[in-house]
Write a protein that binds this ligand. Structure first.
Ligand code: ADP
Ligand code: MG
Length: 287
């Protein structure tokens, strides 16, 4: 079994009136199964309301299945005795860093998690330093968080999670509130955690450029996983992605459109470099 396993998960939000009568039911996650191996970089895509956050909240026992089962490192999230283990194994980073940073000083903020876990003081400081280094924020350790940019704050929130030594980190649209520079910084930090520290990453986003480095991509629509595969497999389905109201990376789209015009361009072009090579080949074939 992988670090995270979701089997036949259904989750319903139930709305009740003041008397407690059921007014309506929203099936936010509708029969989802997935398996994430230790060390994987997994991306979850989908437009607003497709169920991404609801699914994410099951992965560290913030929500429990209406039906089906979720295991984190082999532990069923519905068993109360595992809840702290699970929250430590699978750390969560949310959209707005301002809601996650509580310390007055960066290093103090990053130390809160391990402190609450009862880690000895000397080790807390070691963890704080190594976590801040891992996200490239060590030079800012004595700063006040409100002096930082959005991207820097989000990297501090990530450091706060990794200081708890999770095996897996789940990021729910961590770049949604950031400018392009902040987004790049955060994604670079997340990739390094996966590449260097071998932390399993589950990245939820609607920025398609952020998922091209993922090992596997899941696309959600109306609570279901509607498309899955490597980034190249998923981005080869341009028309499908457009129908799901997802933006395809510019180079992918351009290659796709040239192909439709009859040029020998491949589908699933992911980067500018790949596009350049493909275009060179295309020109060589034609002339
Ligand atoms: P996403 O993160 O992909 O935008 P969500 O998981 O937030 O999607 O939402 C999935 C569905 O569940 C949507 O229809 C949304 O309106 C509904 N929903 C989300 N949170 C709640 C809630 N707390 N109460 C009732 N319905 C909710
Ligand atoms: Mg969401």
């Amino acid at each position: 079994m992988g670090i995270i396993k979701v089997k036949d998960l259904i989750f319903e939000y139930i709305r009740r009136d003041e008397e407690g009568n059921v007014e309506g039911i929203t099936t936010a996650v509708d029969n989802v199964s997935l398996d994430v191996s230790q060390g994987d970089f997994v991306a979850i895509l989908g437009h607003n309301g497709s169920g991404k956050s609801t699914l994410a909240k099951h992965l560290n026992a913030i929500l429990y299945p209406t039906e089906g089962t979720v295991w984190v490192d082999g532990k069923d999230t519905q068993k109360d005795e595992y809840i702290w283990d699970i929250r430590q194994t699978a750390g969560m980073v949310f959209q707005n860093p301002d809601n996650q940073i509580i310390g007055q000083i960066v290093e103090e903020d990053v130390g809160f998690g391990p402190e609450n876990m009862g880690v000895p003081t000397k080790e807390i400081w070691e963890r704080v330093d190594e976590s801040l280094k891992a996200v490239g924020m060590y030079e800012f350790r004595h700063y006040s968080p409100n002096k930082l940019s959005g991207g820097q704050k989000q990297r501090v929130s990530i450091a706060g999670v990794i200081a708890m030594h999770p095996k897996c980190i789940i990021l729910d649209e961590p770049t949604a509130m950031l400018d392009p520079k902040g987004r790049r910084e955060v994604i670079r930090a997340v990739r390094a955690l996966n590449d260097v520290e071998r932390i399993t990453v589950i990245l939820i986003t609607h920025y398609m450029e952020e998922v091209i480095y993922a090992d596997k991509v899941f696309v959600m629509d109306q609570g279901k996983i509607t498309l899955q595969g490597t980034p190249r497999e998923v981005f080869s389905k341009v028309e499908r992605l457009k129908a799901l109201r997802l933006d395809v990376p510019q180079v992918t789209l351009l290659a796709h459109e040239l192909r439709q015009e009859g040029f020998p361009m491949p589908e699933g072009v992911l980067t500018k470099e790949e596009f350049r090579v493909a275009l060179d080949n295309c020109v060589n074939k034609l002339f």
